[in-house]
Design a protein around this ligand. Structure first.
Ligand SMILES: Cc1cc2nc3c(=O)[nH]c(=O)nc-3n(C[C@H](O)[C@H](O)[C@H](O)COP(=O)(O)OP(=O)(O)OC[C@H]3O[C@@H](n4cnc5c(N)ncnc54)[C@H](O)[C@@H]3O)c2cc1C
Length: 379
């Protein structure tokens, strides 16, 4: 395609920082870059017509770790690493709420709840035994007293079946994922960041003074600096990174009359997660049923996972309540051997902020901020 002089001048030439990926991380990095230095020409390239990875597909849990998740993490990681990650999730949520505003992201502090069935007795006992310890650590980081508490009294009021225990996290809540991303897009555009959709970056090459990006439609762009905020797709451009794609499948019900549950819920060590969206239930998870098949960058659904989600809905979440599934979808996360983000300079003028795991709503804003600081130091 032949681009016009105007197109080149306005959109493609003299780019200071090019960001690949318009998910929460790419948008947050652009927000901080432009906010701190309005003169920078910041261009985001996004291959989808919408952000097309995880940021517009997720469950919208504003959470920083359930008790069993934290204890699981402590089995393989040092105390310092586990609570440093918790701190980043907490800080990330705080920044997101401050930057965009609670009403614009649909934040509601509903509380988060981990539910335990009969077969989870050992896990529950382990959590209860360590609850004081976890609360102390969380207090040191967040200033929140007694974050976790037993909330068995809520089992009946939520209408669960086969649930023996609940541990509540009083500080957690939900965001409206769509509203959050729309508000973030508006904010970034209002600062003058250019977002170009439908541009698939196929190759990147760094020279000493700039980065050359080869894209679809024979488009070649040059930028002084490049940030890859490509998360689960990171290996496509940077094969050396330890990031694997991890597909997550989700469903949402039609509205359910008199739905009792409200909040964000974790089940089976976080392999399953559900919440209310008004009077619907959004329910996702089940990647552990077939880790290999779900290690893909291809969007899609499998019968195995979808059937298990429906079975848990029927037997545990809303037993005895008729429901219909309104919609199903999937998103692609980025995970790796370590449960931590990769924020680093990859080569001369090229940086990455990837591997947000299942925590990017919480981690994304802080990761974008840190990425912008990494770049600005050298600009
Ligand atoms: C179903 C699901 C539920 C989740 N629930 C939660 C939750 O409740 N709470 C939570 O904290 N986290 C949750 N997450 C995780 C969270 O959504 C992600 O960690 C976060 O959105 C990652 O943001 P990102 O900007 O790094 O990546 P993404 O949002 O994936 O953005 C990367 C973007 O890069 C673009 N891209 C990639 N390669 C190229 C290329 N070569 N050229 C152009 N564009 C490219 C992609 O199209 C994509 O839009 C969930 C994820 C999923 C999938």
């Amino acid at each position: 395609m032949n681009f016009s002089f105007w197109e080149n001048e306005t959109f493609f030439n003299n780019i200071d920082v090019c960001i690949i990926g318009s998910g929460i991380v790419g948008l947050s990095a652009a927000y901080y870059l432009k906010n701190n230095n309005p003169k920078l020409k910041v261009v985001i390239l996004e291959r989808g017509m919408l952000p097309s990875g995880a940021s517009t597909k997720n469950a919208g849990f504003a959470c920083f770790g359930s008790p069993s998740e934290l204890l699981d993490d402590l089995k393989i990681n040092s105390e310092e690493k586990v609570f440093s990650l918790l701190s980043k999730r907490f800080q990330g949520l705080k920044l997101l709420r401050e930057n965009i505003g609670d009403s614009n992201i649909g934040f509601i502090q509903t509380g988060g709840f981990e539910i335990f069935g009969k077969e989870d007795d050992v896990l529950y006992e382990e959590c209860v035994e360590k609850l004081d310890y976890l609360n102390e650590q969380i207090f040191k980081i967040t200033g929140i007293k007694n974050c976790f508490r037993n909330a068995d009294e809520k089992i009946d009021s939520f209408g669960f079946g086969n649930v023996e225990h609940i541990i509540e996290s009083i500080a957690e809540g939900q965001v409206n994922t769509g509203e959050m991303m729309a508000a973030l897009l508006r904010k970034v555009q209002s600062l003058g960041v250019i977002i170009l959709n439908g541009i698939d970056v196929r190759d990147i090459k760094a020279t000493t003074s700039e980065v050359v990006l080869s894209c679809n439609n024979n488009l070649e762009l040059k930028s002084k600096k490049l940030l890859a905020a490509t998360n689960g797709f990171a290996k496509q451009l940077m094969p050396e990174l330890d990031v694997k794609p991890a597909r997550a499948q989700v469903l949402i019900t039609e509205p359910i009359i008199d739905l009792k549950l409200k909040g964000v819920f974790h089940y089976d060590k976080g392999y399953y997660y559900f919440r209310n969206v008004g009077n619907r239930i959004l329910f996702g998870g089940g990647r552990n049923l077939d880790f290999n098949k779900e290690e893909t960058t291809a969007f899609g659904l499998t019968e195995k996972v979808q059937q298990r989600l429906e079975e848990i809905l029927r037997t545990i979440i809303i037993p005895g309540t008729p429901f219909k599934i309104e919609q199903r979808w999937s998103g692609i996360m980025g995970v790796g051997a370590e449960k931590s983000t990769i924020l680093k300079q990859v080569s001369s003028n090229i940086y990455c902020a990837v591997r947000m795991g299942g925590m990017g709503v919480a981690l994304g804003t802080l990761s974008g901020k840190k990425a912008s600081e990494m770049i600005v130091m050298k600009t």
